[in-house]
Design a binder for this molecule. Structure first.
Ligand code: ADP
Ligand code: MG
Length: 283
């Protein structure tokens, strides 16, 4: 395992023990090929949804969470998704990230139509091609910052690109904190570890669910500024759910959802422009 060269055998074993019970699948190191999801026509979109429909429940409890949504996320762009509570933001993100399935319609990630993908293929998609940043940082408390950042790669049996790792770590300003455990770091530093973890594997696409929701505004601004830099300088693609107009203003494009439909879109957002649109859709 290449990951051993930077993490060491003991560390890898510890990682494996640590993730027991977590919803992650280890790749068989002997496996030579990765089953592919169904190919779709190539495009400049990192991901897209076509007639995406998600219905929960039946009869009296029937909820149309997504109502035939068509949406495209351009590669190298930072998109914010906004909308009132219950408008379908999380459902859209989860379905696009292969964490949940549509009732009808299609989701394409890169050149793969993932609508018909098996559970195993979805697990591989999430592990090999996507990054996630959540509101709760979801760091492993017993591991150092560095081990947390390299965990997804180690689990996937990927070689750690030391140069890239250095670049990411110094960009998030954590070079002197790599040996610290999460409880030895501030909230902002922990979220920076989570951002570095998402960037370290150079995923095609990062999904962020209210990544600054638990942070004070200056720490939040720092994280958002870094996410924007990752898009501008590293060409990263990010899709972020937020209900904060200031957070949304760091993006290139804001999509507004209401009642399971995309109802508006705004490019080069400012907090005032975002607020104005939110008022118009009755947020
Ligand atoms: N697992 C579920 N079972 C039933 N209804 C759900 C479930 N998840 C979400 N919903 C419903 O789907 C709608 C959209 O939810 P969600 O995507 O979480 O909205 P948002 O993230 O914009 O607040 C809501 O009406 C919500 O109650
Ligand atoms: Mg939500």
């Amino acid at each position: 395992m290449e990951a051993q060269s930077s993490l060491g055998l003991t560390t890898r074993n510890r990682l494996i023990r640590t993730v027991e019970g977590m919803n992650l699948t280890l790749r068989n190191p002997k496996a030579t090929s990765t089953p592919q999801t169904i190919a779709a026509p190539a495009s400049n979109f990192a991901a897209s949804a076509h007639g995406a429909t998600k219905i929960y429940g039946e009869g009296d409890t029937r909820v149309v969470a997504l109502n035939a949504v068509d949406v495209h996320f351009a590669a190298g762009q930072f998109t914010a998704i906004m909308g009132p509570s219950g408008s379908g933001k999380s459902t859209l993100m989860h379905c696009m990230a292969g964490l949940d399935r549509l009732s009808d319609g299609r989701v394409v990630v890169g050149n793969s139509d993932i609508s018909e993908a098996s559970e195993k293929q979805l697990t591989q998609l999430r592990r090999d091609r996507l990054g996630f940043i959540f509101q709760a940082f979801n760091l492993v408390p017993t591991l150092s910052a560095e081990e947390n950042i390299t965990l997804p790669g180690a689990l996937a049996g990927r070689k750690v690109d030391a140069e890239w790792l250095d670049e990411v770590v110094s960009a998030v300003g954590l070079a002197d904190r790599m040996d610290h455990r999460p409880n030895e770091l501030s909230g902002g530093q922990q979220q920076r570890v989570a951002v570095a973890r998402a960037l370290a594997g150079r995923p095609e696409l990062i999904f962020a669910d209210e990544p600054t929701g638990n942070l004070d505004s200056s720490t939040g601004a720092e994280i958002l500024g870094f996410m924007r830099r990752a898009v501008r300088e590293f060409g990263q693609t990010i899709v972020m759910v937020t209900h904060d107009p200031v957070a949304a203003s760091y993006s290139d494009r804001v999509l507004f959802l209401a009642d399971g439909s995309v109802v508006d879109e705004l490019f080069e957002p400012t907090p005032d422009l975002v607020l104005d649109r939110m008022r118009r859709i009755g947020h």
